[in-house]
Design a protein around this ligand. Structure first.
Ligand SMILES: [Zn+2]
Length: 465
């Protein structure tokens, strides 16, 4: 196939932008990139797909996702819950803890459908609990065609700590269950779907009060298999006090001491991180998932991403969970990454659109450990790309295709998605998932889950008649 007549944001080492360009795909790979005229002459036998002057760029990466929370979209708004812990213990945990495996699969299907339709071609799931049914969700990933690193939950909290946190019984697993579950999932699914699926450890926050030896064991098991690890870390100011209590300067130092850091690790949020933590992350090749939309919805201190990147840290983007950040739209969150950095520095001279596009593409691929295979449009790499339709008022005219993508485009402008050489969506029609059936299924389930969980009162502050 030749995708021609497109503006290509290659994200290659020179960051070339090719006007009136074409990409040739053979099997799973990109075999040529260049000017349309020359490419079409060189490959006359190939089927041509006319890009109509639209913008072609690498597929986007969402490096922090809670798939189970897509069915809980927007529940953190409305009648106030006064703290994050109440919001977790009174709403999110009881609802998620009451899921059946069919509910877990339905929420994951919705999440993946939404991500693909908004141009995300690869993601990191951070906390996949046993109750959601790992196998069913892995099957959805494989069938949809997306790339995924599925973090199987790892925790070790005592029954007393569980009570103190108000954790729903459905969310609770023993250390043994978690680690055995993760290794079984790894043995069965890692590298499935022609290598598109990875199985990682998804550690809960240190602040949950785990036995610290859990992290040593996770680090060891992960290193033995070259498995990835993801964890929420240095999220809020209270994490600094917690680190001091544990005898460390920071939770990053705690994680490093317990063998958690390295090029196969993604730390999420990092809002309250400090200078020595950035140095540690940079030195160990650890990636950060920056979640600007979620952080700003929650009113958290903006993560110091400008400083982290200056310190040499690989920073990618993540949407986090739908209860707070109601959309899995990386294009929108790219814009919010610019906004939050510029607001916190009181200048428009930080976080240029080029940098944020790197975060969403090549940096995301690096966070998943696959930057040698994806993340840019280059010969020899896998054919993972999206085409943004610019034939719309919000994308007319295009003076600067980078700023148009970062500041003007939204998920619904994505027309075509190609992953591993396979067309996943064309003309906004999904070819690998039954969109109508997925939406119908979730609409049938979400209130049933609320009934089962005995959760009510999720409503606006205004009277409902
Ligand atoms: Zn999260």
């Amino acid at each position: 196939m030749i995708f021609d007549n497109v503006t290509i944001l290659t994200m290659d080492p020179q960051r070339r932008i090719i006007l009136n360009g074409a990409v040739v795909v053979s099997g799973r790979k990109i075999v040529a990139v260049g000017k349309s005229k020359e490419i079409v002459e060189k490959f006359p036998e190939k089927r041509r797909i006319n890009g109509n002057g639209n913008i072609l760029l690498p597929g986007l990466y969402n490096t922090h996702v809670h798939m189970a929370q897509c069915m809980l979209r927007g529940i953190s708004e409305g009648k106030p819950l006064d703290s994050l812990s109440n919001w977790l213990s009174q709403r999110t945990w009881p609802l998620q803890g009451s899921y059946t495996e069919e509910d877990g699969r339905a929420s994951a299907s919705l999440c993946i459908l939404e991500m693909l339709k908004a141009g995300t071609t690869g993601f990191v799931e951070c906390l996949l609990a046993g109750v959601y049914g790992f196998d069913g969700i892995a099957e959805v990933c494989i069938d949809s065609g997306i790339r995924a690193a599925l973090g199987r939950i790892a925790m070790d909290i005592s029954p007393e700590t569980k009570e103190k946190l108000g954790m729903h019984p459905g969310m609770y697993e023993t250390r043994e269950q978690c680690l055995t579950g993760a290794i079984q999932a790894y043995d069965r699914w890692n590298n499935a779907g022609d290598g598109r699926l990875q199985v990682w450890f998804g550690c809960r926050s240190v602040s949950d009060g785990h036995d610290p030896s859990l992290f040593d064991e996770v680090g060891r098991l992960a290193r033995e298999r070259n498995m990835g690890i993801t964890i929420h870390l240095s999220e809020q100011e209270s994490d600094i006090q917690l680190a001091h209590k544990l005898g460390f300067r920071s939770l990053t130092e705690f994680a490093h001491t317990h063998g958690i850091l390295g090029p196969r690790t993604v730390l999420a949020h990092y809002c309250a991180s400090t200078e020595h933590e950035w140095e540690l992350a940079a030195r160990t090749g650890t990636s950060i998932s920056h979640n600007p939309a979620n952080n700003s919805t929650a009113g958290w201190t903006p993560a110091p991403v400008v400083e982290m990147m200056a310190a040499g840290v690989n920073v990618a983007l993540g949407c986090d969970g739908a209860p707070s950040n109601s959309n899995m739209d990386v294009l929108r969150d790219m814009r919010i990454a610019c906004h939050s950095a510029r607001v916190s520095h009181h200048t428009r001279n930080v976080m240029p659109s080029e940098t944020v596009l790197e975060m969403a593409t090549i940096n995301g691929a690096r966070a998943l450990g696959i930057e040698d295979q994806t993340g840019s449009i280059e010969v020899g790499k896998c054919a993972d790309f999206i085409i943004i339709n610019t034939d719309s008022p919000n994308l007319t005219p295009v003076w600067n295709p980078v700023s148009s993508v970062v500041f003007a485009a939204q998920g619904s402008d994505v027309d075509t998605v190609v992953i591993d050489g396979r067309i996943i969506m064309q003309g906004r029609k999904m070819l690998t998932m039954d969109e109508g059936a997925i939406l119908e299924d979730v609409r049938k389930r979400y209130q049933e889950v609320a009934k089962r969980a005995n959760v009510s009162g999720i409503a606006p502050r205004w009277p409902i008649t």
